[in-house]
Design a protein around this ligand. Structure first.
Ligand code: CU
Length: 165
């Protein structure tokens, strides 16, 4: 035992500590995503939208390029813009994520559009979504399914902006 201790622990301990201190899986990425959600829309609805907050803690810009989910045949990236007092929504090729930025996907701005919904997600369910970034690669997030009437609130982010990571 004492031989084991002397011989092995000095070598194993630093590795154990390193493993404990290492952040979880997707963490070598500078991209952090939180507050991901969709609405629990009935099956008759063929479209749904998705919201989240994307932080880029890196020193370089990145870009969200592609999104997919089993929930829909296709997930498009959209942007709503006010044009002559009217909100117009259009598909965009991606979302630029400047270095050190925090981007909120919400109504009236960037958001995800699920097209060809395969089923009605239930409130409380967590729906996996895969995001493809230009630099960070693929990152999986779980969207929380909220009641139909849920409204994206930018205020929660703007006022209580917190970095939990
Ligand atoms: Cu849209």
């Amino acid at each position: 035992m004492s031989v084991f201790r002397r011989a092995v622990w000095p070598r194993v301990l630093p590795l154990l500590l390193a493993a404990l201190l290492l952040p979880p899986a997707s963490a070598d990425s500078k991209i952090h995503i939180e507050d991901v959600w969709v609405r629990s829309l009935p099956a008759v609805s063929k479209v749904n939208s998705g919201y989240m907050v994307i932080h880029n803690h890196g020193d370089a810009g990145d870009r969200l390029l592609k999104v997919r989910s089993d929930l829909a045949g296709e997930v498009e990236i959209h942007k709503s813009e006010e044009v002559d007092g009217h909100y117009r929504m259009q598909r965009v090729p991606g979302i630029p994520l400047p270095a050190g930025s925090c981007t909120t996907l919400q109504s009236g701005g960037y958001h995800l559009m699920f097209k060809g919904m395969t089923r009605a997600p239930a409130v409380g369910e967590r729906v996996p979504i895969w995001l493809t970034f230009e630099s960070a690669g693929d990152i999986r997030v779980d969207a929380e399914v909220r009641p139909v009437g849920s409204i994206p609130t930018a205020s929660a982010q703007a006022n209580g902006h917190h970095h939990r990571h």
